[in-house]
Write a protein that binds this ligand. Structure first.
Ligand code: WT7
Length: 633
């Protein structure tokens, strides 16, 4: 790609001298040039900044594409770099984590020293439950420090964590436990959401009725509710902590760079969610490098990624990368608007947050409450902002920039995915910004926009977004399904990674993401599959067939709309529609609750019987239906 012109087209925000003077990447072009000419050398240099028990023989092994391997022969453990190595430095007594409860009535802080104690103790407890290297552990916890401890404890002993977002419900949890064949589930007695208790343990009990692989359940006390405990299967975490085995000393397992770190389920175009597999070495290097360069973290920063640890954003940028960098992170249990819409701004002021990362849906939601709420708080500690999860509309971008960042803080719009593990298309702080564009690919990456036939489209035209070269934090496969890994990501355009998004590139080489091209719906930035919503609907006795589509929504970005064909004996009614919406929420989780359920006698299908959601979507919006030659009569 040619160097960008000094004068860019459109609405452009240039970095201030202050931002330029301190950036970890002072010269974007030089760094990009280095990575372009020597991809492996670039990543080797980054990897050398971290500690290895044994150095790698080969940076990248691409002899068996698309099963790439990174830092082959290297021995490491991500926890050694996230915790252990800091204990011999001045960072030992630095705060690693600051946590505040939803209501603000509790605060907990952990230095790197005490984090090590917590994680080691948790690791010993997990080991005592019979979990060994390579075993899967399902973690179903709210935003409390124990979720980080549990994840790090698994990694420390070489177990593979599978975190299920605590906003998911029975069906989603059960499917994920079953697919991963976890032996152990770690949960809490409940969680708080907007002042109400969510009964996590009861959901686990329900799910485990159909999960024979699970031998033990560890229950962290959070809300103090009485929950049924099944003797010999369920164990209170605080009881385990009192046992002699639960001491704060536990050796970190020496692992191969390519040993699995975690699986994380995400929705794909069809069928059940995919277990995305990440490994220790490459993921460690990729997440560390991107956080350092994109969010410019320094030792005196206070970093707040307001995502949930249950999504990849939380895995990479709440739990792992900030610790590898030795940073101080803030974790907040609650949401942005409870009890009042100043909750986040209050936290920024209270803890002196310097770098803040959230999603467009949250910004749009908070915008609606007006500028008076942020105006109550001193936000002057902020120096950098970020966004992720879906395209940010320029209006929300400008509000974020002006009202929260006071026209001083560049906004890092980071495009990436569960699969990519790390930021992929993103600015660094010195890159000129255009509201709504994630700017350009990160160092060492090349992106392209292709038409159906695989030809590059002209600048400004929409097409499929693909990535042309491997990166260290890339998924290694879909756990247990190598074939699906190849067909899903590497088959439409052989040798190129298909992201599943449509996008365009402008004349300046800036990328503009448009949205998913498959049957994935992004509701408030959460990735849901139409197939999962539909199977929840047909599990209701009244529903014979169902189709789910996403339609634009002012705050959520996209909302779920459903069309149902009823079984004979059931009549359409407002009450039934409401019942079905609740049914989906109960089975999948509140985030999947449909905006709207409509009844119909017929769904548009292809002759081979596939529902044409594209046609439903066009009809619902009064848009042209496109090519309907495959539509059955
Ligand atoms: C999908 C991946 C990776 C963090 C959370 C999402 C959309 C993500 C952006 C952005 C436009 C974005 C894409 C992508 N997306 N970030 N900055 N601009 N779209 O991870 O749940 O795996 O979803 O989120 O559609 O494919 P995910």
């Amino acid at each position: 790609m040619p160097n960008p012109k000094p004068k860019l087209e459109g609405e452009v925000y240039y970095p201030s001298e202050a931002v330029k003077a301190q950036a970890n990447v002072p010269d974007w072009e030089a760094m990009a040039e280095h990575a372009r000419h020597d991809l492996q050398g670039f990543w080797a240099e980054r990897a050398e900044e971290l500690e290895w028990f044994q150095k790698w023989d080969k940076v990248l092994d691409d002899s068996n594409k698309p099963f790439f391997k990174w830092f082959v022969g290297g021995k490491t453990n991500i926890v050694h770099n996230a915790i252990d190595r800091h204990l011999n430095t001045a960072r030992k007594n630095k705060l690693a984590l600051i946590w505040e409860s939803e209501k603000g009535d509790q605060q907990r802080t952990f230095s790197y020293f005490s984090l090590n104690r917590e994680v080691s103790r948790f690791a010993n407890i997990i080991k005592a439950m019979g979990v060994q290297k390579g075993d899967r552990v399902t973690i179903y916890l709210p935003r409390i420090p124990e979720i980080s401890f549990a994840m790090l404890a698994c990694a420390k002993i070489g177990a593979v964590h599978s975190v299920v977002f605590a906003g998911f419900s029975v069906d989603a949890l059960q499917g994920r436990i079953e697919d991963s064949q976890s032996k152990l589930v770690i949960t809490a007695d409940g969680s708080y959401q907007n002042g109400k208790v969510v009964e996590l343990k009861r959901t686990v009990d329900e799910a485990l009725k159909k999960c024979p692989s699970v031998e033990n359940v560890i229950v962290v006390r959070r809300v103090g509710h009485d929950v049924p405990m099944e003797a010999s299967r369920d164990h209170w975490y605080h009881d385990m902590c009192a046992l002699p085995i639960a001491n704060g000393k536990c050796a970190t397992e020496v692992l191969d760079a390519e040993d699995p770190l975690y699986i994380l389920y995400t929705s794909g175009s069809t069928g059940k969610p995919k277990a995305i597999l990440h490994t220790h070495g490459g993921y460690m290097v990729g997440t560390y490098t991107t956080l350092k360069y994109v969010f410019d973290l320094k030792d005196d920063d206070r970093w707040w990624c307001a995502a949930d640890p249950g999504w990849v954003t939380g895995h990479s940028y709440i739990v792992y990368a900030p610790l590898i960098l030795g940073a101080t992170s803030f974790m907040f249990e609650g949401g942005p608007a409870y009890p009042y819409p100043n909750r986040w701004w209050q936290c920024i002021e209270r803890y002196g947050i310097t770098v803040f990362y959230t999603a467009p849906t949250a910004i749009r939601g908070l915008m609606r409450f007006g500028e008076a709420w942020p105006a109550k708080h001193d936000l002057s500690s902020l120096r950098l902002l970020g966004t992720v999860g879906e395209p940010i509309n320029p209006e929300a971008w400008r509000w974020y920039y002006r009202v929260i960042g006071k026209n001083q803080c560049p906004i890092m719009d980071t495009w990436w995915q569960t699969e990519t593990g790390m930021f992929m298309i993103t600015p660094t702080p010195t890159v000129p910004l255009k509201p709504g564009s994630a700017t350009r690919p990160f160092f060492g990456l090349e992106a392209e926009i292709l038409d159906d036939a695989g030809n590059a489209v002209a600048d400004g035209e929409e097409g499929y977004l693909v990535l042309k070269n491997p990166w260290p934090a890339m998924l290694r496969t879909i756990y247990g399904d190598d074939e699906r890994y190849v067909s899903q990501y590497w088959s439409k355009y052989p040798g190129k990674y298909l992201a599943g998004d449509s996008a365009r590139r402008d004349k300046d080489g800036y990328f503009w993401i448009i949205g998913r091209v498959d049957d994935v719906i992004k509701v408030s930035g959460h990735r849901l599959g139409t197939a999962e919503v539909e199977s929840a609907l047909v599990s209701h006795p009244a529903v014979a067939e169902a189709a789910a589509i996403g339609l634009p929504h002012e705050v959520k970005g996209t909302a779920i709309h459903c069309f149902c064909i009823l079984r004979s004996g059931f009549a359409p009614s407002e009450a039934l529609a409401e019942e079905l919406r609740q049914h989906v929420a109960k089975h999948m989780g509140p985030i999947a609750r449909p905006e709207d359920v409509k009844f119909t006698d017929k769904l548009p299908k292809t002759r081979s019987g596939k529902i044409m959601r594209r046609v439903l979507k066009a009809r619902a919006q009064g848009l042209p239906e496109g090519d309907i030659s495959t539509l059955e009569e």
